[in-house]
Ligand binder design. Structure first.
Ligand SMILES: Cc1cc2nc3c(=O)[nH]c(=O)nc-3n(C[C@H](O)[C@H](O)[C@H](O)COP(=O)(O)OP(=O)(O)OC[C@H]3O[C@@H](n4cnc5c(N)ncnc54)[C@H](O)[C@@H]3O)c2cc1C
Length: 293
């Protein structure tokens, strides 16, 4: 299929983009890397009258040290985030997760803001933002506001960005030294969206108990699922095979998968349990890994 007709406007700045969005009253859409939007246009699942192209807004492409966080501009290509020395040294979960996003060619075009605004529940970056309590910055006719990741992802392909707003940046808190990160996914082919994924990060304290743990599951609900109960179960306890199994069971309780052409809901639940055990075994202690399957 071919897209329905649309006008293409190259935005000169965020303010210019906001002006056009406001004038079109909900019928315009931002074009970033086009890796998700262009297929949706081709299938006529999106039919905007105007595409507001952010490709010329070079000032939205950056990775900055914010002290206790890294700030990433919306138009930064995901591959540039993945290979950024600053990101690699301060937020190790992020480049690890990005390496699972499609293929390098897609990461060369797709943008960091695009994958966040698109809000696919199986996407890796939204899961990282939920795990690390990141903040999303959006600008619109009513000014600039910041939205915590916990309030940002509202449903399947639905985020807190209003139709007249532009996502401009994301602030990702740095991870404490000694934190171990892991990503476990199940896909039919390399580069596909995961049928289920689990992203985790943990730090073991000097007393051998879990000092901090973050656990988020993707593809098993309408938004990335933060496994709060599982995290609470783990903190302050010494890692063991039994604890990993109990935490994986608690994590699965938080999921709400739906069946589709790729996998029935029960299969996704089973994947979530197995992948959570594997992920936790890696981030908590290598010694538990051999027991998790
Ligand atoms: C073959 C293939 C495999 C893929 N596999 C994966 C995968 O495994 N994991 C994964 O996470 N992703 C995957 N993707 C998607 C890829 O990561 C996209 O790049 C990403 O989802 C969208 O980023 P984009 O810059 O291309 O955004 P676009 O496609 O340009 O836009 C996507 C949506 O976000 C909106 N938007 C974009 N930027 C902004 C902004 N700054 N402000 C407000 N709204 C905005 C657009 O209006 C549109 O609705 C895959 C894509 C392809 C083609």
């Amino acid at each position: 299929m071919k897209p329905a007709p649309f006008d293409h406007v190259r935005a000169r700045s965020v303010e210019h983009a906001v002006e056009i969005l406001a004038a079109e009253d909900g019928d315009a859409k931002i074009l970033a890397g086009g890796q998700s939007l262009v297929p949706l246009l081709a299938m006529r699942m999106a039919q905007p009258t105007v595409l507001v192209d952010l490709g010329g807004c070079a000032d939205l492409a950056y990775v900055r040290d914010g002290g206790d966080h890294v700030e990433i501009g919306a138009m930064t290509r995901t591959r540039d985030v993945e290979i950024s020395p600053l990101v690699r040294s301060t937020v190790p979960l992020l480049p690890l997760a990005l390496s699972y996003v499609g293929h390098v060619t897609i990461r060369n075009r797709g943008t960091f803001g695009g994958t966040v605004a698109h809000a696919d529940p199986a996407a890796e970056v939204p899961a990282v933002l939920r795990a690390l309590d990141a903040t999303v910055v959006v600008t619109g006719p009513r000014g600039t506001r910041t939205v915590p990741a916990a309030d940002f992802f509202l449903g399947f392909l639905l985020s807190a960005v209003e139709p007249d707003e532009v996502l401009t940046a994301v602030r990702v808190p740095t991870q404490a030294p000694g934190t171990v990160a892991a990503v476990e996914e199940f896909t039919r082919r390399h580069g596909d969206f995961a049928m289920a994924s689990v992203l985790g990060a943990a730090r073991i304290g000097a007393d051998g108990t879990v000092a901090d743990v973050r656990l988020v599951l993707g593809g098993v609900g309408p938004t990335p699922v933060r496994a709060d109960d599982a995290e609470r179960l783990l903190v302050g306890r010494a890692p063991s095979e039994e604890l990993v199994r109990a935490a994986a069971d608690a994590a699965v309780e938080a999921t709400d998968p739906t069946g589709d052409v790729h996998a029935p809901a029960d299969y996704r639940r089973t994947l979530a349990r197995v992948l959570t055990r594997r992920c936790l075994s890696t981030v908590l202690a290598d010694t538990t890994r051999s027991h998790a399957a």
